[in-house]
Write a protein that binds this ligand. Structure first.
Ligand code: ADP
Ligand code: MG
Length: 480
């Protein structure tokens, strides 16, 4: 038999090696064996179906180019896959057999071994030598370029998590923050921060293998791997990652097998000094359905929380978003959005987007009126009520007082009155407790708030001017 396939493959490997990272080359190309070459069809043997999938997903353009260069424009590639039969008992029978799969004929693969993270390109490729190469050479990190540190507004609410993330990004695996666990409720920027870390690392160290994956996707990949007897490949794949960003680990809860495989991957990565970043919607102590040994590892590094952003941070975030989209909005509209949507940046962003969409569809300019209508529809049942912050702002604007004074402890008469009115409307229009209202209005206790409400009620019955203030304010506060 001719040895041509060996020399050809050797030349191919040289080209490939020059085009990808040493790590990727070692992992994905070194184990390949050339089998034969027959009328410009080169057959290569790969260790598993997973391997085949991976090559197809990530290296097809490179393979195509290389093989064509070596064998001419009509060259084709075929894979031969070693199938390992794993017995029910788990004993491996040592009779590997090979099946033949023409390159990129994905129909012949019943279950793609693992849904590998390939981002945009899920479309099956009929013929690798015809479809122009869409693919990147290295592993697709699955990072969203919009979620950079640049685009992330820092505030008191996220300072710890952001700085820890930044430290990690500058020294992956080399800080005490390993793993870095970022937790906080939904819509506060955890995913954004995880991407920012990955992007920054990639920027500084393009040779590192960075992978962002949601826990949900990880779980599905694992389930598929079990179904396809490719759990080993699955684990090996994850073990060669340099920076693993796993989003929403609370999703692992109750999934013992997934936790188990993740536990081993975690240990391997951690022991070899690789960086792990996790996010979760709860702190480790509150994560239920997660194994103790996993939880204790989550606590090895740093757990950093993300809080609800303050009003100033919310405004800054809105301004950043507007700037990124090249949009300008009247200041009062931005304020209204920031005042009304308090607990979730994603909703804030959503409101801004629908507002812009609405105005461009209806060719209306964005006014406070439009914003109010939209918020009313957008923030359906949850935050329909006005916030204490907003009430205070409207009251201060009305009486032309600075907000700091209203929130201060001053006992000046007109301030006290404005403060009492703000308390009264807060009680009337929000679901906040008296204590909470007091806290927002200069650190008063609940009795003070109750007293304020009574005073306002009395005054509006006896004082015509006062009554007028209340009516005016009520109109301003009304959503419609
Ligand atoms: P989580 O993962 O915590 O649910 P995300 O990271 O998905 O939240 O954030 C929701 C949206 O809000 C994203 O579009 C994100 O870019 C934006 N966002 C959240 N926090 C900030 C911030 N501090 N600065 C800029 N944008 C933010
Ligand atoms: Mg998220």
């Amino acid at each position: 038999m001719s040895q041509e396939h060996l020399t050809i493959w050797k030349s191919c490997l040289q080209i490939i090696e020059d085009n990808i990272s040493p790590q990727a080359f070692k992992t994905w190309f070194a184990p390949i064996k050339p089998l034969k070459l027959e009328s410009q069809v080169l057959t290569i043997q790969v260790p598993s179906q997973f391997f085949y999938e991976w090559l197809e997903e990530h290296y097809i353009a490179l393979l195509r180019k290389t093989i064509r260069k070596e064998l001419g424009p009509d060259a084709r590639l075929e894979y031969s896959i070693i199938m390992e039969n794993v017995g029910v008992s788990g004993n491996q029978t040592s009779s590997p057999y090979t099946i033949k799969i023409p390159a990129s004929n994905r129909q012949s693969v019943k279950n793609p071994a693992v849904n590998m993270p390939v981002g945009m390109h899920e479309t099956p490729i009929k013929n690798p030598f015809v479809i122009p190469g869409l693919r990147k050479l290295n592993i697709d990190s699955n990072l969203n370029p919009n979620y950079s540190f640049d685009q992330f507004i820092e505030g008191e609410c996220n300072r710890l998590a952001r700085s820890a993330g930044y430290a990690v990004a500058n020294k992956p695996g080399g800080t005490a923050f390993n793993p870095l666990l970022i937790y906080g409720s939904t819509g506060l920027g955890k995913t954004h921060l995880a991407h920012a870390i990955g992007l920054e690392i990639k920027e500084q160290n393009p040779e590192l293998t960075v992978l962002y994956v949601s826990s949900e996707k990880f779980t599905h990949q694992f389930i598929d791997a079990v179904r396809n007897n490719s759990v080993n490949d699955f684990s090996h794949f994850y073990q060669m990652i340099d920076v693993l960003l796993i989003d929403d680990v609370q999703f692992f809860s109750g999934k013992e097998k997934t936790q188990d495989v993740f536990f081993h991957i975690f240990n391997h990565l951690h022991q070899t000094g690789k960086q792990i970043v996790l996010t979760s919607d709860k702190p480790p102590v509150e994560m239920q359905g997660l194994e103790q040994r996993l939880l204790s590892r989550f606590k090895w590094g740093l757990s950093a929380d993300m809080q609800v952003p303050s009003l100033e941070t919310r405004m800054a975030i809105l301004e950043k978003m507007m700037y990124a989209d090249g949009i300008e909005l009247p200041r009062e509209v931005v304020e209204y959005l920031a005042y009304s949507i308090t607990s979730n940046v994603r909703e804030l962003e959503g409101a801004l987007i629908s507002l812009i969409a609405q105005s461009s569809l209806n060719k209306k300019s964005i006014t406070l009126e439009l914003a109010k209508q939209m918020i009313d529809k957008f923030v359906k049942n949850t935050a329909r009520e006005v916030s204490i912050d907003y009430i205070q702002k409207i009251v201060c604007d009305y009486f032309d007082l600075p907000l700091e004074l209203l929130k201060s402890k001053t006992r000046k008469r007109e301030i006290v009155q404005a403060r009492q009115i703000a308390m009264y409307f807060s009680k009337k229009m929000t679901k906040s407790s008296l204590a909470n209202i007091g806290l927002h209005c200069g650190g008063k206790d609940h009795a003070t708030v109750l007293h304020a409400c009574r005073t306002v009620n009395n005054l509006q019955e006896t004082d015509k001017h006062f009554r007028k203030y209340l009516d005016d304010l009520e109109k301003k506060l009304a959503i419609h």
